[in-house]
Write a protein that binds this ligand. Structure first.
Ligand SMILES: Cc1cc2nc3c(=O)[nH]c(=O)nc-3n(C[C@H](O)[C@H](O)[C@H](O)COP(=O)(O)OP(=O)(O)OC[C@H]3O[C@@H](n4cnc5c(N)ncnc54)[C@H](O)[C@@H]3O)c2cc1C
Length: 325
């Protein structure tokens, strides 16, 4: 927990009335991850009044150990990248309201954003960039060994398991893609799928089955990720026979989907059946003046650099909207 978070818990943050009294914004960004930071920088550089409301500035990047695919930076660490993001955002005088959760969005003559502490902020445009969280498998060992062998992002953490044995939980497109990707790096991959068949596209399944160092286990329910100080195996139950099996390995990739942080929006905006906000090529949602960017949208891929790009798009889209309206 950061010093700011400790102080906030002690009640040192702004109270609801202080926030409600703020002048309306031209662009109000909800979410302070890569997408939100990028959106705020692009908006503020236009010389317009910009604010960011974030539950936790930095978002998922705060939980990332090594980052090796942030183009032009060969290696960095999550908290280090977040510190530079914050410094860059502050450079443009963006009003950062950290440790504040958005609860409700409503369009009146302006767009109103209600926070969990009861404050209501007003803005001419809003960019939602509340990101996503990995769907957890919720078995013993998952939380205990997170970042100690339990991983969620094969693009990010795959190379850490070079030459080791790993499992991928989930046989949908993302699980099978992860297994194919990992098979080129690690010694052996065991894919564990709950259903009797893999759910991935046939072309991916064919590629998977052609690999010599992959074993596929279907109709299997993961019951535990085992370890001492780090992961040393996975236990699953064969759903047909009820038999328990244990595989010794060093890494487990959970690939059962991402959950967008969009529940708080209710029916305000069009969302996919997975809860992702539908945006057009300008980052606009179906509610005029409301834009969205990053992992909370229906973008095909979820990565830092992709979120930053869509944050910039949404900010330029919002600026264009302001000029025309
Ligand atoms: C462990 C891990 C490792 C990863 N490694 C890499 C990597 O190496 N390279 C890479 O490119 N990608 C990596 N990723 C993916 C990358 O972190 C995400 O794609 C990226 O952070 C998405 O950015 P975002 O701004 O859209 O959302 P997020 O980073 O999720 O940020 C969302 C923001 O919204 C805030 N928020 C959420 N709900 C609310 C609310 N109701 N009110 C106010 N604020 C709210 C959050 O606090 C946060 O500030 C990794 C992800 C994880 C989890």
């Amino acid at each position: 927990m950061s010093l700011e978070e400790i102080l906030a818990k002690m009640g040192s943050g702004p109270d609801a009335s202080e926030l409600t009294d703020k002048d309306p914004y031209d662009v109000l960004v909800v979410g302070g991850g890569p997408a939100g930071s990028s959106a705020a920088i692009y908006a503020a550089r236009k010389g317009i009044r910009t604010g960011i409301v974030a539950d936790r500035f930095g978002g998922q990047v705060m939980d990332t150990l090594g980052i090796e695919n942030f183009i032009s930076v060969k290696h960095t660490e999550g908290p280090k990248l977040v510190a530079s993001l914050e410094e860059h955002v502050k450079e443009y005088g963006v009003d950062i309201m950290n440790l504040q959760r958005a609860k409700r969005l409503e369009k009146k003559d302006m767009i109103e954003l209600e926070l969990e502490n009861g404050a209501v902020l007003k803005s001419k445009t809003v960019i939602i960039s509340t990101g996503a969280r990995w769907r957890n498998v919720n078995v013993p060992g998952e939380a205990e060994f997170k970042n100690k062998g339990v991983a969620y992002c094969p693009h990010c953490d795959g190379p850490l398991f070079e030459g080791k044995d790993v499992a991928v939980i989930g046989g949908g497109n993302s699980g099978v893609e992860a297994a194919i990707d990992l098979a080129g790096i690690v010694k052996h991959v065991t894919v564990i799928e709950f259903n009797p068949e893999l759910k991935a596209d046939q072309v991916l399944q064919d590629r998977l089955h052609s690999l010599p160092n992959v074993t596929v286990v279907t109709n299997a329910q993961t019951s535990e990720i085992t370890g001492t100080d780090k992961v040393n195996g996975i236990t699953y139950i064969d759903r047909a026979t009820g038999e328990e099996h244990h595989v010794e390995l060093q890494g487990v990739f959970v690939q059962i989907g991402l959950v967008p942080n969009t529940e708080w929006l209710g029916d305000t905006l069009e969302r996919t059946r997975f809860g992702e906000i539908v945006v057009d090529k300008h980052g606009a949602t179906d509610l005029p003046g409301v834009f969205a960017a990053g992992d909370c949208t229906d973008s095909a891929y979820k990565q830092i650099i992709i979120s930053m790009g869509s944050g910039a798009t949404a900010a330029l889209g919002a600026f264009d909207y302001l000029i025309r309206n």
